[in-house]
Ligand binder design. Sequence first.
Ligand code: NDP
Length: 314
Amino acid sequence: MPNKHNKVLILGSGAAGLTAAIYSARANLDPILIHGMQPGGQMTITTDVENYPGFPDVIQGPWLMEQMQSQAENVGTKMIADTVVSVKLNIRPFELVCDSGETYTTDALIISTGAQAKWLGIDSEKKYQGFGVSACATCDGFFYRGKEVAVIGGGNTAVEEALYLTNHATKVKLIHRRDTLRAEKLLQERLFSHPKIEVIWNTVVDEIIGNAEGPMPEVMGISLKNIKNNEITQHNLQGVFIAIGHTPNTEIFENQLDKDAEGYIVTKPDSTATSVMGVFAAGDVQDNVYRQAITAAGTGCMAALEVEKFIAEQ
Ligand code: NDP
């Protein structure tokens, strides 16, 4: 099958990829954007969004991504639904092979394949996702003003999310499967001394309890299991935040790009440039710290501007 050659190819259709597409299309780079099974990225699994600038009223995550996609298409991005299964970044032009068998070559590549929150994997978690179960306190914490919530996990993210949630919730229960936290000591001290936070040790989630009937499913409590004595306890609360880590979607770039110990693509300071010249990374695939739609969009813009400069210099 003949190769399809492009000046710039963007992988991933979250806020980073679509913003990169908008900017590179408007720079006449004729971008194509390949998106996989979850077009729109992580924003499509949230519901209410109140912190994306420009919208005074609450908007829906999936709606925002549809608008971004239409905007990218309207300025000339070609969207392709396919899954990239292998890449060759050690040849020029770069080569990408898709699940469909199609091969694409490109002078510049923007990787914005995102990251995915790790989930516990229980049925009730899926049932209430976006309706009381969340993996992002900064995104959804505000909706728990005056309510009680639980945070699952014992790393930096879980502790930071628990502390953040005290700004809104009346009570925060941190549920951890061991009797020591992985989080750094300073965060632990803040956690232990906070009057709104209770830590429940050696405990895992048995089930999330709620009402799934009616137009709006809602979480009403959580059933916990103590792993030392198998005791089950039930707690009334309205929100459950899963903070057991994220996984960047970088498997197909194994041994081709510099990644950090957790698999995130390493970019140069104040830049989206990766260890391979002509390959740029934007959004959560290279960001283990901020993880916001607006920061992803920001780095998507940076990547497109850097690609424009790179292509002009070639
Ligand atoms: P971590 O991998 O550090 O922690 C994950 C936590 O979730 C661990 O406590 C782990 O338990 C627990 N866990 C994992 N799987 C399960 C499960 N199935 N059921 C119950 N509990 C589970 O992830 P983080 O997202 O917290 O942090 C990722 C990286 O990002 C770290 O390097 C962290 O330091 C960094 N980070 C830094 C921040 C900062 O500097 N301000 C802020 C946030 C993150 P166990 O301990 O038993 O393994």
